[in-house]
Write a protein that binds this ligand. Structure first.
Ligand code: HGY
Ligand code: MN
Ligand code: MN
Length: 389
């Protein structure tokens, strides 16, 4: 199945995936999901937020076991972050063949997990659970100024259908998301599959540095109001503060206006992704970074806006420990965010990680060995047998 979808949304120059909410690649993957489900006799339902669900058994029964993940990607993402969980779910059902289950099983493809287009991660699951406000989501704009509402409409979806669906959540008894590991813990432990203990709190913060556009050749260095300088100091402060706090701080997205080589910038907009093992540590990191940005803004200004925040997640302990025993798998924390983290506030939720032999993720280099992917499917089969059969 990974081979079947390998060419969808792949940039020929970088080899990375550009599968963003509601773009052509995302639409092709949605069609692929529907046909993968229907060819297995599953009933597909898409909710008002664009999340797709493939049901084995009646969707009216309740207490369903949900598995799956997402199919979208970061800019130039890898082939496994997201898709591995979806294809492994179909593969697990294939491996089980014609079996009787006590509970319905539903495979999910959550919409817009990476937030690559509209800026908010896990938008589909956050809307489903009511964590993300509908008005805020619909007004989010992509780089071209297209709102989420306009993107939905352009794909024949109704923005008025966006929102929380407690009726759906009430039907789900357990969610288990399988995902490629995005670090090196399983390399060190020597295991093909692990269980998640917790997700670090994390957030996305926009810094707007403003100054004055002027001529690069004629403006004396002392006369400049160059916002790039405060931005540069802030990047170095982020590196220093995160390193000393044992946290993570990344500026990976930047817009410079007007963007001319021979013009001093009038505005630098930079997005910080920050994560830490606890919320106080994260709060302190962001506060200190804002203070550093203000201190560096001499003749310029800076404003910080929190675009999204995801609190710490501790996965359901009985479920996690039961599955760790069942699979004889190690339990590890992660700095990555997931729909499972969002769902865990509403439903007993667990995550399975599949070994990543380099630890690289959010990159075209992301990789998993076939044997480890098969071990992931075997683990999912064991989970389905234990929880639903
Ligand atoms: O950004 C994240 O943590 C995740 O991979 N969506
Ligand atoms: Mn990701
Ligand atoms: Mn993911």
């Amino acid at each position: 199945m990974l081979v079947d979808i390998a060419s969808i949304g792949r940039d020929p120059h970088t080899g990375g995936y550009r599968r963003y909410a509601w773009n052509d690649a995302d639409m092709a993957l949605r069609e692929w999901f529907v046909s993968a489900a229907e060819s297995r006799g599953l009933d597909v339902h898409e909710d008002g937020n664009g999340n797709q669900f493939a049901w084995r058994g009646s969707s009216t029964e309740g207490n369903a076991l949900m598995i799956g993940s997402h199919l979208d990607s970061v800019p130039d993402g890898g082939a496994y972050d997201g898709p591995l969980g979806v294809v492994s779910s179909f593969a697990a059902l294939d491996q089980l063949g014609d079996f009787a289950s006590k509970r319905p099983i539903v495979i999910a493809n959550f919409a817009d997990e990476e937030g690559a287009r509209f800026g908010i991660a896990c938008a589909g699951s956050q809307l489903l659970t009511g964590v993300l406000s509908v008005d805020k989501a619909l007004a989010l704009k992509d780089r071209d100024g297209i709102t989420m509402a306009e993107a939905l409409t352009a794909r024949g979806r109704d923005p008025r259908a966006v929102g929380a669906d407690p009726g759906f959540l009430a039907k789900i008894g357990t969610f288990v998301e399988l995902h490629i590991e995005q670090g090196k813990s399983l390399i060190h432990s020597g295991d093909a599959v692990g269980l998640a203990s917790a997700i670090w709190p994390h957030g996305r913060f926009r810094f707007d540095f403003c100054g004055e556009a002027n001529h690069a050749g004629t403006t004396a260095m002392g006369d400049r109001r160059d916002p790039m300088i405060a931005y540069a100091v802030t990047v170095l402060a982020a590196q220093h503060l995160a390193t000393s706090a044992g946290a993570r701080a990344t500026f990976g997205k930047l817009v410079v206006e007007p963007g001319g080589t021979n013009a001093i910038a009038s505005r630098v907009t930079a997005w910080l992704d920050a994560r830490a093992s606890s919320e106080p540590t994260l709060d302190r990191l962001v506060d200190e970074l804002v203070a550093a940005a203000i201190a560096a803004s001499d003749k310029t200004t800076v404003e910080m806006t929190t675009e999204s925040f995801s609190p710490a997640v501790d996965f359901d302990a009985p479920l996690r420990d039961g599955l760790a025993t069942l699979l004889n798998a190690p339990v590890l924390p992660t700095g990555a965010g997931h729909d499972a983290g969002v769902l865990s506030a509403h439903i007993p939720t667990a995550m399975l990680f599949v070994r990543n032999p380099t630890g690289i993720s959010h990159s075209p280099e992301e990789f998993a060995e076939d044997a480890d992917c098969r071990a992931g499917v075997d683990a999912l089969v064991s989970v389905i047998k234990a929880l639903a059969c």
